[in-house]
Write a new protein. Sequence first.
Length: 275
Amino acid sequence: MDNRPIGVLDSGMGGLTAVRELMRVLPNEDIVYFGDTGRVPYGTRSPEIVTRYAIQDINFLLDHNVKMVIAACGTVTTTLPEEVIGRFQFPYTGVLHPTVRAAATATRNGKIGVIATATTIRTGAYERELKAMNHDFSVISKACPMFVPLVENGYVNRDNQVTRLVAEEYLAPLREAGVDTLILGCTHYPVIAGIIGDVMGADVVLIDSGRAAADYAEQMLNQQGLLTGRSGQAKIEFYVSDDPGQFSRNATLFLGSGFQGTAGKVDITAYSDII
Ligand code: DGL
């Protein structure tokens, strides 16, 4: 049993899709969330920069005495080198393994689409991991760099014509390829799952990376005997590296009534980039 909070990080708001699912599957667990809103997006940056930022984010969470770290960010997950992850002295998960596992179970025709940030798609990590699971899978990947700014700016309503147009353009090759399962490999994307689902069609299964990571974290904590022994109202603290007001206004898009209160402001550059 471990009553310390779970640490969740993202480049901005996207990781809140994982928080939403954690609140559902682990309602008694305290959470500390860090969104690097001052340095978002990560998905257009080089792996070296993303790694440096991610280590600072993790050191911030460790400073808050978390019992595990969830990188609720596809970009961080796919760029953190194995050699860095090997040094972690705490339970850790990103979104890659949980999401790939869920997609492999969901697909019927073996054609799986992956949409994510440009940096994530460039790593080829999703394709590698899916093929390692079953080399008969055919994987079609597509970077969707405009989705993150659209979400961060609140262009998320199902009838938003700008986001719909962008989605139609990005998703056309995946539809043509006949994928029956689509991995939303960036944690911002579940917020516009309504639009993505409309464009892809009702028979395509969408895999929500936030949900998959939350389910996986629940299994890890359970297996390692690290679930909290407390019951009742859990405490969730939010921290960001830019204007907390802006974050609070948009957080309801992700969490609905689950977001109450405010976020603290952090100078993330003051944290070490060594782990
Ligand atoms: N939410 C992040 C991801 O899952 C990244 C968005 C960004 O910073 O570009 O990849």
